[in-house]
Design a protein around this ligand. Structure first.
Ligand code: ZN
Length: 95
């Protein structure tokens, strides 16, 4: 049986619009807010359901659509209160 690790800070992925600077944690995109859109309209986030078997615990991917500028994706480390304590590495763009 696996134990949940409870070490802080934890690493999270940020999706950020390079035009209006709106940003989200990728883990905050879920079925409740799947139509997230940034202020300037460049980015639209959504979810894509997957058919089992899948490695994603929630059963969906976060999808990103953009009009003009590809979003910035990077890791951050957050403490227990959700505050960003350190900016991590930029993630590779897979396209
Ligand atoms: Zn934007």
């Amino acid at each position: 049986m696996e134990e949940e690790e409870n070490l802080w800070p934890k690493s999270k992925t940020i999706i950020r619009c390079t035009i209006c600077k709106k940003k989200w944690f990728s883990v905050d995109i879920n079925r409740d807010n799947e139509k997230a859109e940034c202020t300037c309209g460049n980015l639209k986030l959504g979810i894509l359901d997957m058919t089992p078997p899948t490695r994603a615990p929630e059963g969906f991917f976060v999808t990103i659509k953009y009009k003009e500028a590809y979003p910035e994706l990077y890791e951050v480390h957050v403490d227990e209160s959700g505050k960003i304590v350190k900016k991590g590495k930029a993630l590779e763009r897979n396209s």
